[in-house]
Design a protein. Structure first.
Length: 238
């Protein structure tokens, strides 16, 4: 497994920057600039793709009649999937996202959600919350699938803070190195298109290899099946 320091040194050689004795503690402007490009590349990967564990994770919300629940400190964003927030009890239905305060207020004023349940994410990084309506009663469980900030290993522990040259990359080093190189060349006013093309190709491969699923869509509408049509929590006997 490639260490973060090794990936930085390999990228540095490609851009003719002399590597420091320690990347983790380097403070020269030139080395800080390279580490900035590393941060930008990592952020791009985390924001673009729903990669598997330990980058992605899930947590279970156990209802107690409340509307708002805390999310884990490592929560970065929800996975981009229709079932990112999914009720695992009763109807086993995916929850519907609400994107603005007005829509949320309108739902609360109506007071009825029919066969659906809705959610919204709020808060600052490191202290995100999820609000759910209608409020899950005691015994109702909702699974939240999300992307963390994890991008390196400290031994066998995943983390998101580069503090030691012994820490290892979770991602393919080639994509990380290519991201640093193209960003450096762009900043310096050099021809960066070949480097960017290489980076995008490696990023596409990273996504495909991680999920082992390739989807081609031609603008067709999704078809609902019997497994994703919610039914009422309670069906009267007659």
């Amino acid at each position: 497994m490639t260490t973060v320091a090794e990936a930085l040194s390999r990228a540095a050689r490609q851009i003719s920057v002399e590597a420091p004795s320690s990347w983790a503690s380097a403070t020269d402007d030139e080395h800080l600039e390279v580490k900035d490009f590393l941060d930008d590349t990592i952020a791009d990967i985390l924001d673009r793709y729903d990669l598997p564990s330990p980058v992605s994770a899930s947590t279970t919300i156990t209802g107690d009649g409340s509307e708002t629940y805390s999310l884990p400190a490592g929560f970065r964003r929800l996975q981009r999937d229709d079932h990112a927030v999914f009720e695992t009890t009763t109807q086993r239905r995916p929850l519907t996202p609400v994107t603005n305060d007005g829509e949320w207020t309108h739902l609360k004023e109506i007071g009825s959600t029919g066969a659906d349940r809705f959610y919204r994410i709020q808060g600052l990084p490191g202290s995100k919350t999820i609000s759910i309506f209608d409020e899950p009663a005691s015994g109702v469980s909702i699974e939240v699938n999300y992307v963390t900030n994890n991008w390196l290993y400290e031994g066998s522990t995943a983390g998101d803070s580069f503090t030691s040259d012994d820490q290892s990359l979770i991602f393919d080093r080639r994509a990380v190195e290519a991201g640093i190189v193209y960003r450096w060349r762009e900043r310096k006013g050099l021809d960066y298109m070949p480097a960017l093309t290489n980076y995008e190709a490696l990023m596409a491969r990273l996504s495909n290899d991680a999920r082992s699923r390739r989807v081609v869509e031609y603008g067709t509408r999704k078809v609902r099946s019997a497994f994703n049509i919610p039914v009422p929590d309670f069906i009267p006997a007659s």
